[in-house]
Design a protein around this ligand. Structure first.
Ligand code: ATP
Ligand code: MG
Length: 351
């Protein structure tokens, strides 16, 4: 009985134990019927072998082959050497309890995958809704101006010019939105490769500052470096893509920053392997509730205000993709009324 209740008993052991019990019983009976030692021994051997054979065969056919099918289904792979080893050596050792645990684990994993798929599905729906909404605004605006022009406003050249330039601005916004969407879908389908080269990150930041110098002057805002981090640090990355990352971050800092504020870039070599680049501003900051979602497509912290400023909420989503395409990470720290800091890592170039 102890043998039978042992958990990890293999089919061979179980058959042997059963065969031994029947053989002993038969032998005991045959002892009552005959005095011939040979007959008794023969009864023992024959009973043992036949019971063993029948029992083992039954176990194999009716239980283990079925369990094997379950495992084949779980693994969903063709037989490999490793799998053969599993069937021949590991599976026979498994108790029914272990098999049921394996199946439960497999089911849990499937459930997890299904949950992920469902989440994706709702994400997709939300994305389409946002997209329709974002497209509708500039299209309806342009349509409104054009309809008014056709309805008679063309007669007044001054009004006509103003309406046309308003319509044109809406179309510009539409074009930018489509460009951004195109960019993001390329990034998400992983079709954009990263072409790395070594360059000095501070030089690139200066280039981006130069690009935004007019915008900074009119706001006005100051574009600077954090003291002590102006020195050259060489990184290994895709230069045009990192330029795009920096341009988006500087653009945001200028767009949302207070007049008279400052944008500060900091570059830090961390462990000799990675460089930490941070673009900070002393603007309005982002409330903590929005921080976890700030990198999502179409997400804006302050919808009413931002619509005036004219963002689509795709900038940071693109930035995140670009940084992650490098195998690096981007984070945000922000405090309302104090400012925001967007920091990302890059690989340091070794000499
Ligand atoms: N430096 C910042 N200071 C304060 N809020 C910011 C800053 N950067 C981003 N945000 C907030 O995060 C939101 C998302 O930024 P993101 O760059 O993705 O979109 P956007 O600037 O609105 O539009 P786009 O960049 O596509 O023109 C912004 O709408 C804004 O609310
Ligand atoms: Mg932006």
């Amino acid at each position: 009985m102890r043998l039978l209740s042992t958990k990890n008993i293999s089919p061979k052991q179980l058959s042997a134990a059963t065969a031994l019990v029947s053989a002993l019983l038969n032998t005991a009976f045959s002892l009552l019927l005959t005095n011939s030692l040979w007959t008794v021994v023969a009864v023992f051997i024959v009973t043992f072998l036949v019971t063993y054979g029948v029992y083992f065969y039954t176990l194999q056919v009716f239980i283990y082959r079925k369990i094997k099918v379950i495992y084949k289904f779980i693994f969903q792979t063709k037989a490999t050497k490793k799998e053969e080893f599993f069937y021949n050596n590991i599976l026979p050792q498994k108790s029914i309890e272990e098999v049921s645990r394996d199946v439960a684990r497999w089911a849990a994993q499937r459930r997890y995958e299904i949950d992920a798929l469902k989440e994706n599905e709702s994400f997709r729906k939300e994305f389409l809704m946002n997209l329709a909404h974002e497209l509708r605004t500039p299209i309806f605006t342009a349509q409104g101006y054009i309809d008014t022009l056709l309805g008679g406003a063309l007669a007044d050249p001054e009004v006509a010019t103003r309406f046309l330039s308003n319509a044109s601005r809406s179309i510009d916004r539409l074009v930018r939105l489509v460009d951004d969407l195109n960019e993001i879908s390329k990034l998400e389908s992983g079709r954009i490769g990263v072409v790395e080269s070594a360059f000095v990150i501070q030089d690139l930041i200066r280039e981006v500052y130069e690009e935004f110098s007019m915008q900074a002057e009119t706001k006005p805002m100051t574009l600077t470096f954090k003291k002590g981090t102006e020195g050259p640090i060489a990184v290994l990355a895709d230069r045009p893509k990192i330029r795009q990352v920096l341009a988006n971050l500087v653009e945001n800092a200028l767009k949302y920053g207070h007049d008279g504020g400052t944008v500060t870039a900091g570059c830090y070599s961390t462990d000799g392997q990675r460089v930490y680049v941070e673009i900070s501003d002393d603007g309005p900051g982002i409330p903590e509730t929005h921080l976890p979602r700030i990198f999502e497509r179409f997400y804006r912290a302050d919808k009413s205000r931002n619509r005036e400023i004219g963002g689509t909420g795709l900038g940071l989503a693109i930035v995140k993709h670009l940084v992650e395409a490098h195998g690096q990470t981007i984070t945000v720290r922000s405090k309302p009324g104090v400012g925001s800091s967007f920091g990302f890592t890059l690989r340091e170039a070794r000499n």
